[in-house]
Design a binder for this molecule. Sequence first.
Ligand SMILES: Cc1cc2nc3c(=O)[nH]c(=O)nc-3n(C[C@H](O)[C@H](O)[C@H](O)COP(=O)(O)OP(=O)(O)OC[C@H]3O[C@@H](n4cnc5c(N)ncnc54)[C@H](O)[C@@H]3O)c2cc1C
Length: 485
Amino acid sequence: MASLSLSISPNPDRLIDGIFVSPRRQLLRRVAINSSPSGFNFLTKLTSAEKHRRNKVAAVRMSSISPASHSYDVVVVGAGIIGLSIARQLLIGSHLSVAVVDAAVPCSGATGAGQGYIWMVHKVPGSEKWELAMRSRELWEKFAEDIKYQGMDPQEVLGWKKTGSLLVGKTSDEMAVLKEKVDKLSKAGLKAELLSIIDLKEIEPVLVVGEEGGAAFLPNDYQLDARRSVAYIEKENRKYASEGRYGEYYNQPVTGLLRSGNGEVEAVQTPKYSLYSKKAIVISTGCWTGSLMQDLIRDSDIKLNIPVKPRKGHLLVIENFNSFKLNHGLMEVGYIGHQDAILQPNNLDSGAETSSISMTATMDTLGNLVLGSSRQFVGFNTEINEEIINKIWERAKEFFPSLRELLLKDLEKNREVRVGLRPYMPGGKPMIGPVPGLSNVFLAAGHEGEGLTLALGTAEMVADMVLGNPSKVDNAPYALHAHCS
Ligand SMILES: Cc1cc2nc3c(=O)[nH]c(=O)nc-3n(C[C@H](O)[C@H](O)[C@H](O)COP(=O)(O)OP(=O)(O)OC[C@H]3O[C@@H](n4cnc5c(N)ncnc54)[C@H](O)[C@@H]3O)c2cc1C
């Protein structure tokens, strides 16, 4: 058994209307112990002595626990933005019942660190991902509209704001790149403008890009708050529990698949539950998907390479920031190159760290200044790296000189650092589709730095596959075999 779980809460899971609810305040008292090669770190809150003691206790308990069985039409593994959106789509778009199972809780993966840009400015018209990104953005717009229609404010519910996006450059070379971008985006039908330094100063006065600088501006790009959006999707999904159509299994790492005599995949196994699926199992476990799949097929003849890798990112959040206001979402144009940087297999194998920082800045709906961002290949490590935080701060100062009047150490009390592992995929596009050799098992992972943007389009695509509906967007580029060719 690669991984097992132990509840150390005096209150066991509460079963409410078919949902296993582990209130967030109990979460620190609930731990899962994992010796899985998947690299999921469940033990960050425990000392090594505690870990040792609990491992022993857990091992004893496991031998006497026989997992309880529950059955659903679809079991979604992973409750990040991708898994929860897939669950939502199946709940609103069909009569199927859905279980969501996560090794920890939503937002413990990349999603909790996401900056929230729902942007087209750095996408390439005509590229393989273009259609999916456009469809996904349209679905987010519709989602926000529906919330408004129900009498709620999408800004409050999702942190949804049409901030517009500014991709900024400082040199004439960067301006040439931005001009080409604006031309292509305009030809593709989007409202896009190239702003000179004078235009830019007018709409974003605190930003300084130098004499030669300017920006590509897409006024119709959006921003959301990833954590608030996840909380709302979870709340909406839970409404289906009273009809017996929804179950939530948190702090339950999936450790195995159960197969019938004829080899069909019937269920996923967690330490406490066997979750049977009548129609489909969807694996949406972000950067853990490659290692999890290897664990799941270990005792079979199936050969599968899911090359997703964790790409660590830090965000620096200065809460209640009142030194200046930003009117838009911002990103330096160098971000595109750093997003597309190809991972050198030698670096990864040797464990050598490759890191890059580029400026992203936004102000969320609560008035927090959110600065990013870093990209590093350092395995599954999620510790805060102060050196990276300092570099993010230094980089931000180059674009916002008024920050030079502030010392980061004086902002300690107002500072939050978010760390997440992006699911990096060589080739830059996610894997979405059935898993060859595993009947009824689908994968949706590898969205790297655009999982929030692509979530609703991905969810629709997966739901259409499960339901046998024609796809709204060409799904061929995302098929598993398309990544191996
Ligand atoms: C700093 C930063 C900034 C970003 N900014 C943006 C942005 O502005 N716009 C944008 O579109 N995207 C952005 N992203 C990217 C986006 O956050 C990710 O692409 C997206 O969150 C991936 O979602 P996911 O559901 O695939 O993975 P995750 O959110 O990582 O979720 C995976 C889930 O799987 C669970 N899991 C793992 N193993 C198991 C197991 N064995 N059993 C059960 N569950 C398991 C984990 O607990 C986790 O909850 C950013 C990311 C970072 C780090």
